[in-house]
Ligand binder design. Structure first.
Ligand code: MN
Length: 249
């Protein structure tokens, strides 16, 4: 009896701890390295749960956008990735089909495989890099990441300006990233669902922060006003998570 109570207590505590620290439920991922090595359950990738409710990012990102973005767009990347992996050319890509292995040959695989693998990976990371801010508190990175931003961009305001400008200017659909490259922080952009860890002729580096600027990420609330979406996004950027990614050498 005591044993059972103890067990229940421990399970509840564990569940609570997991809920508090993990960002995507049972697909707990602490580092980009862990995410890169992920291969899916039984070889099939699944849609990770969001670490917050669909309406938690209001008023900056609305509930309907979050729900459609997660259950429709992200789900579609997951489904299509699984379908593409079934017909992957074994001469180019061999199991295990981790993101890391797929991204190593991103330039050689079928475009649909590259796009959907990128779509699943980028969104899995993106959900973690967002955080509710219901009281609209000032949201800036501190600690070592804050110091590094001040060193490499002069100030957070300068960084914010440059990042926003680059994100606004992406032609069509894509992502804006803060990466670390040879010990230096850089802002870079990629088209479509490409990312800085793919084997492509782009700026490569460790992802610290990422912003989805596809229209599906903002159109319902902001229509064509991408700049407004971006200026509001700063309120819900998860700098704690970004700092974790940065500190994970
Ligand atoms: Mn998206």
């Amino acid at each position: 009896m005591n044993y059972r109570r103890d067990f229940l207590k421990k399970s509840a505590l564990l569940a609570f701890t997991t809920l508090g620290t993990s960002l995507i439920g049972k697909d707990k991922i602490n580092t980009v390295e862990e995410l890169l090595l992920k291969t899916g359950d039984g070889g099939k990738y699944t849609l990770p749960a969001l670490p917050y409710a669909y309406d938690a990012l209001e008023p900056f990102i609305d509930k309907q956008t979050m729900e459609i973005h997660h259950t429709k767009h992200h789900q579609s990347y997951v489904d299509k990735l699984n379908a593409e992996l079934e017909k992957a050319d074994p001469k180019i890509l061999q199991a295990p089909y981790s993101f890391e292995n797929i991204f190593k040959v991103a330039s050689k695989v079928q475009p649909a495989l590259r796009n959907n693998a990128g779509g699943h990976y980028n969104h899995s990371l993106f959900w973690q890099l967002l955080k509710p801010n219901p009281e609209s508190k000032v949201n800036v990175p501190g600690g070592k990441l804050g110091e590094a931003i001040n060193k490499d961009f002069k100030s957070f305001d300068e960084f914010k300006k440059e990042f926003s400008e680059k994100a606004v200017k992406i032609f069509g659909s894509g992502w804006c990233w803060l990466i670390e490259q040879n010990g230096k922080l850089k802002i870079t952009t990629t088209p479509n669902q490409d990312n800085p860890v793919m084997d492509l002729e782009i700026e490569k580096g460790k992802i610290i922060m990422g912003l989805d600027v596809w229209e599906h990420a903002y159109y319902l609330k902001y229509q064509n006003k991408r700049a407004d979406y971006i200026s509001n996004w700063w309120n819900v950027a998860n700098w704690e998570k970004a700092t974790e990614l940065f500190n994970n050498k």
